[in-house]
Design a protein around this ligand. Structure first.
Ligand SMILES: *Cc1c(COP(=O)(O)O)cnc(C)c1O
Length: 401
């Protein structure tokens, strides 16, 4: 009998009991707005910012409404405006070029390597076109951050990091998000902490963070923040910075604080699932696993492999066969965008020159989620199914040649 996987690739774990308790307390007192505090009370949102800043060693942190909002706010706080070009990854998710477009700026896409990170040679070639790089650590793949930051310094590029997939990850011991002027995180359901929607922004730059706090809609209540620059930083900025409302509320922060306290343990569980996938797919003919450098301390909430140089129909055949056996794979190579997979050439508001080497990689990327509701046995079974179906299509292809 052919085995069929019965789990759900989109089922997250429940919110921890401590988060549910904290959320109920907020609901019972009714002070959901972050600046609505009782005498002597510190808002959950302010506490979350303080705790998140401490967890990554950042001077400042701001909680906001979404990851995409965090990205757009970082751009605005860096002075990016209409007509400016912003370098970003060709392999990323739609909210990244979307954040750039939301401030009237224009994305310039930089290629992707077979290691699924930004192509530093392509970045060097395009660095002269922009002042800002919005680096997306897409699907948790972290590039050589020493080389990247050296390149940014050499070309005068301001770095903003999209850490939607790298909360808890690091390069050579320095957390992702700590290499640039801003690090931007998402707490949307499919990321590493789940508040439905939400985002976090970190920085060590007092002026830039003061601008971000004003932008988020702090009115003149910035002194109620605990991970903010000192009030004197706001002296001029408070008059100059528009309010682009996008705050986080106390209910979401209450749900997130216990999850942050448990993040390291969760990251270790994700990586155990990833290791089970890696073991199960080792030496599968036709399938390329992604090389993870030793310096990369990744957090794997998803798994990618490459079917490099396979034809479109052959990849679709693998996806269909796996789907029949309960294994939901996503393909970044399809010509039409589906679900969350879209490619730089499907974002037609941001025309780009073709990138043949990157297109070859993008055409081969197969992607799946690894929710923590899976066990390592589940992952071993998923890997057996993928291995068998990739093998069957590969054999047929080899036989046909
Ligand atoms: C989810 C995601 C975002 C945006 O996060 P939202 O909270 O959904 O706005 C940004 N970048 C990447 C790579 C993402 O996956």
């Amino acid at each position: 009998m052919e085995e069929v996987f019965k789990g759900s690739f989109t089922q997250q774990e429940p919110i921890p009991e401590a988060g549910i308790e904290a959320a109920l307390a907020v609901l019972r007192h009714g002070r959901l707005h972050r600046y609505n505090v009782a005498e002597g009370e510190v808002a959950e949102t302010a506490l979350l910012e303080e705790e998140f800043a401490a967890s990554v060693g950042a001077a400042y942190c701001l909680a906001v409404a979404s990851g995409g909002y965090a990205l757009a706010t970082a751009l605005r706080a860096c002075g990016v405006g209409p007509g400016d070009k912003v370098l970003t990854n060709a392999f990323t998710l739609a909210p990244v070029p979307g954040a750039i477009a939301s401030v009237g700026a224009v994305p310039v896409f930089v290629g992707v390597t077979e290691g699924l990170v930004i192509d530093l040679d392509d970045l060097a070639a395009k660095a002269g076109q922009a002042d800002v790089l919005m680096l997306s650590h897409m699907r948790g793949h972290v590039c050589d951050m020493e080389a990247l930051t050296a390149l940014c310094a050499a070309h005068g590029l301001t770095l903003i990091e999209d850490c939607a997939h790298t909360m808890g990850a690091a390069w050579n011991g320095t957390p992702s998000g700590r290499w640039g002027k801003f690090g931007c995180y998402s707490t949307q359901t499919y990321k590493h902490m789940n508040s439905g929607e939400g985002g976090l922004l970190i920085s060590d730059d007092a002026e830039a963070m003061a601008r971000a706090i004003m932008l988020s809609g702090s009115y003149m209540l910035f002194d109620r923040h605990r991970a903010a620059p000192p009030p004197e930083t706001f002296a001029r900025i408070k008059y100059e910075t528009p309010n682009v409302s996008g705050r986080m509320d106390n209910l979401r922060a209450a749900i997130l604080r216990p999850q942050l306290a448990d993040l390291d343990r969760q990251c270790a569980r994700w990586n155990a699932l990833y290791a089970a996938m890696e073991d199960g797919l080792a030496d599968t003919p036709g399938l390329t696993r992604i090389d993870r450098p030793h310096a990369e301390q990744f957090v794997a909430s998803s798994y990618q492999f490459l079917l490099l140089d396979w034809s479109g129909p052959a990849i679709e055949e693998v996806l269909a066969r796996c789907a029949r056996r309960g294994v939901e794979l996503k393909w970044f190579g399809a010509d039409e965008p589906h679900g969350f997979t879209s490619r730089y050439d499907s974002w037609r508001y941001a025309p780009s020159d073709p990138m043949p080497a990157s297109d070859r990689v993008l055409r081969g990327i197969v992607d799946m989620r690894l929710p923590l509701t899976f066990s390592t046995d589940d992952c071993a079974q998923i890997a057996r199914i993928i291995r068998a179906e990739v093998g069957a299509v590969w054999q047929a292809g080899v036989a046909a040649q």
